[in-house]
Design a protein around this ligand. Structure first.
Ligand SMILES: O=C(O)CCC(=O)C(=O)O
Ligand SMILES: [Fe+2]
Length: 431
């Protein structure tokens, strides 16, 4: 089994891709949350992966699959060709129902002969509930906020006006200087995130022979040739995923409103501009253990989203580039890491950073969820007059249709350039 160690630049796992519903392979009911996972079956040589290797996962021993398959990009719903060699991903989108139903039927048929007990037996409970994890008593924000700026959103739930102003200012500063911050008291229950991570871990811990049963059907419009089309219906608590998706959507609306204020835009401007939630997607990621120091799990990239949200287990590995230094975005229980994507950066003409980030693999499996707040595919994206003509500044980007951007973004993922610096990015539109 080969182990790739490249630090190939890519454009992130934000999936809002094309005219085609992104996570076409992924979707189910309510949030239409489902799973599109990427597993490079060829590269990973599923049959060559041995069962029953003991793997350490935070605070627990688990039985898991062996195999070091490092990853050069984990993006989920994106590839037409296997590119993620060593991570598994799943996605929840809220569109694409048409082609997903087919996959759902397939999944249900294929998994129907397995009982929940069978599945539970196979998937050792690798992530205990947050409350059961040693040291995870809830966010210890004061002492353990790590290096990222922290934005406490509590005032937006209590109506404390001066607190709201302080949080808005903190967010503005973070977006301006780093493009990343840690949100606490954000309204997404800690237990819900823990449950989603637990379910994801359980799914990924299944033997490959079970997971491949929920690959997208041959000829499906699902954007993955290798990967999981759906969560096995009997295994996954869809309600938890859907609730998580719904809560993240609420958080997205709140953050978008606050950013609207940070940017000094007329009240409700972003909400109006970005009023279609069909390309948002929630992705579950699993990173395989590293075999060597410094192996890359997700190569450096900027997100193609408007705003991205990440919650993670206790393993760590997410890093943000600032002034040539990689800053760890450490796991802090209950917090959500939020970063600015390329779309917002273009809209405000580079006032906010869309920071380069990556995931470095650790000696144990890592699980995380990404939620990518997108814009509608038909949307025209260009620097807003508030950041150009109205203030006498030249635009730093020419305008583009989001679909066009995503097509190229995708192509660059599925047909990576040999030189990372040649990879497609929003710089393509720079003036
Ligand atoms: O897994 C993570 O912590 C980050 C994932 C990420 O950056 C992405 O999917 O774009
Ligand atoms: Fe990212």
């Amino acid at each position: 089994m080969t182990s790739k160690k490249g630090d190939k630049k890519h454009t992130g796992s934000s999936p809002a891709l094309s005219q085609e519903p992104i996570a076409t392979g992924s979707d189910t009911q309510a949030c239409n949350a489902t799973v599109t996972a990427v597993i490079d079956l060829e590269a990973n040589n599923v049959t060559g992966i041995e069962d029953e290797e003991k793997v350490d996962v935070p605070n627990v021993k688990m039985t898991s699959k062996k195999g070091d398959k490092s990853t050069t990009g984990s993006s989920p719903a994106l590839s037409q060709e296997p590119i993620a060699t060593g991570s598994d991903t799943q996605a929840c989108s809220n569109k694409g129902v048409g082609s997903i139903l087919t996959d759902l039927e397939m999944a249900e048929t294929l998994v129907a002969n397995l009982t929940l007990e069978d599945l539970e037996d196979q998937a050792t409970n690798i992530l205990p509930r947050q409350s059961e994890r040693k040291g995870d008593q809830g966010p210890d924000i004061a002492t353990n906020s790590g290096l990222l700026p922290v934005v406490d959103l509590a005032p937006f739930f209590t109506g404390d006006e001066s607190g709201m102003a302080r949080a808005t200012e903190a967010m503005h500063e973070a977006c301006h200087t780093l493009g990343f911050f840690r949100a606490v008291n954000h309204g997404v229950p800690t237990g819900l995130m823990a449950r989603a991570l637990e379910l994801s871990a359980k799914f990924f811990a299944l033997p490959d022979k079970e997971k491949v049963k929920v690959r997208p059907v041959e000829g499906s419009q699902a954007p993955l040739v290798a990967g999981y089309g759906l969560h096995p219906p009997h295994l996954v608590d869809r309600e938890a995923n859907e609730e998580c998706y719904a809560k993240l959507t609420e958080l997205g609306l709140l953050i978008q409103d606050i950013l609207n204020d940070c940017m000094g835009l007329p009240p409700g401007f972003l909400k109006n501009y970005n009023n279609d939630r069909s390309l948002d997607v929630m992705v579950a990621l699993r990173y395989l253990p590293s075999t060597d120091e410094g192996e890359i799990g997700l190569s450096e990239h900027e997100d193609g989203s408007c705003i991205s949200f990440v919650f993670q287990d206790g393993v760590g590995g997410l890093e943000v580039l600032k002034d040539g230094q990689w800053i760890p975005a450490e796991p802090v229980p209950g917090s959500i890491i939020i970063n600015i994507g390329d779309i917002l950066r273009v809209l405000n003409n580079n006032k906010f950073k869309s920071a380069t980030h990556r995931v470095v693999r650790k000696p144990v499996h890592r699980h995380s969820f990404g939620f990518f707040w997108s814009v509608h595919g038909d949307k025209w994206v260009e620097p807003l007059p508030e950041f150009t003509a109205n203030i006498g500044e030249a635009p730093h980007f020419r305008g583009f249709q989001y679909n066009d951007y995503m097509q190229q973004f995708m192509k660059s993922r599925t047909h990576p350039q040999s030189r990372p610096e040649d990879a497609f990015s929003v710089a393509h539109y720079a003036i």
